[in-house]
Design a protein around this ligand. Structure first.
Ligand code: SF4
Ligand code: SF4
Length: 339
């Protein structure tokens, strides 16, 4: 039986300046080469050894972090991933992991301990998925999904909406229901400056995106397979300028951004950042040199005040105690706790 809420920490209170959520990108390596990958995932192979990772996680736990999101690159390529998951769960973290699914069958005992396993999938068939992720990748990802499903691992499917797969989310919804998975749908964001790739897919044209967002909101109101709350999609729908992903102003209805305060990001070399957008910008603080506390306390916060990144809107709304997000979280969690 999975826990409904993580172990108590003062960080759970919005007015306490302590981190609660750590996104740890364990490795820059990946076994795929997706067209829209933001990372410089193929150029760096350095990653922290297990003991250093454990030490940093202990420091962050002591600071108040209770939710740990493991990512990459492909985090299942991290040499000691099973031991790290085991350690983090024993420590008291609520742990999720984002993967492309391919290596899932090799790590089932460890993955069974997760609160959620998020698998990136671009379409409900090979034609769409493989066009971004490479021939044969859909079949391998589906083997990972099947294996996780058989082991009752709570699944999330993560779909990035682009011009090519804008109609696909309904098919993915059917697939998610089949595997009792939650569906995280996020519009494609623009490339992060300095991380451009020449094959980046085209975002959906604004009029079409709005139509899809309205459909998603309608679906979310009648069924809970879509993961993010309807208010998150409403905020994306109302975003004032689709040509930009973030804004120097706090846009109407948006929660106060808590990146760098409650939500922090650690890269594979121990550099701490407030938010994924600035990860890799050279503006991080190295936790190995400074220790987790000093790195956290000296973080340089980005100038933006709001953005249209679905996961950050949802996290920020939750941490700002928005009624809609709390209700969504508790409904999704209570269903999982009963599994
Ligand atoms: S699976 Fe993820 S990390 Fe790997 S190339 Fe694709 S988008 Fe990048
Ligand atoms: S508004 Fe916050 S979460 Fe969004 S891009 Fe800026 S710092 Fe990151």
């Amino acid at each position: 039986m999975k826990k409904l809420i993580p172990k108590f920490s003062l960080s759970l209170f919005p007015f306490v300046k302590k981190p609660l959520i750590l996104l740890y990108n364990l490795t820059q390596r990946c076994n795929l080469r997706c067209d829209y990958c933001f990372g410089q995932y193929y150029t760096q192979s350095e990653e922290l050894p297990l003991e250093q990772s454990k030490d940093l996680l202990s420091q962050f736990y002591a600071l108040g972090v209770r939710r740990l999101g493991l990512g990459g690159g492909e985090p299942l390529l991290y040499k000691d991933i099973d031991q790290l998951i085991e350690f983090a769960i024993k420590k008291g973290f609520d742990v999720g992991l984002n993967s492309n699914g391919i290596l899932v069958p090799d790590h089932l005992p460890a993955l069974k301990r997760l609160s959620n396993l998020s698998i990136s999938i671009d379409g409900a068939n090979a034609e769409i998925h493989d066009c971004y992720r490479g021939k044969g990748s859909f079949a391998k990802t589906m083997l990972g999904i099947e294996a996780a499903f058989k082991e009752h691992i709570p699944l999330h499917f993560c779909c990035t909406l682009t011009q090519k797969n804008q109609e696909e989310w309904l098919e993915l919804l059917v697939l998610a229901k089949k595997y009792q998975a939650k569906l995280q749908i996020s519009p494609l964001y623009h490339q992060i400056s300095g991380q451009e790739s020449g094959v980046f897919p085209k975002p959906i044209e604004p009029g079409k995106l709005k139509k899809v967002l309205r459909e998603i909101i309608r679906e979310k109101k009648s069924d809970n397979t879509v993961f993010f709350s309807d208010q998150t999609y409403q905020l994306i729908l109302d975003w004032p300028n689709y040509a930009q992903d973030y804004s120097a102003n706090r846009e109407s209805g948006h929660p106060v951004c808590l990146a760098g305060k409650k939500i922090i990001t650690l890269d594979s070399q121990g550099n701490l950042f407030p938010c994924l957008r600035v990860s890799g910008s050279g503006k991080g603080r190295n936790c190995l040199d400074l220790g987790a506390l000093k790195a956290y306390e000296t973080l340089e916060l980005p100038a933006c005040k709001s953005c249209k990144w679905a996961c950050y809107i949802e996290y920020n709304s939750l941490l700002n105690l928005s009624f809609g997000s709390i209700k969504n979280f508790l409904v999704l969690r209570s269903k999982r706790a009963l599994n």
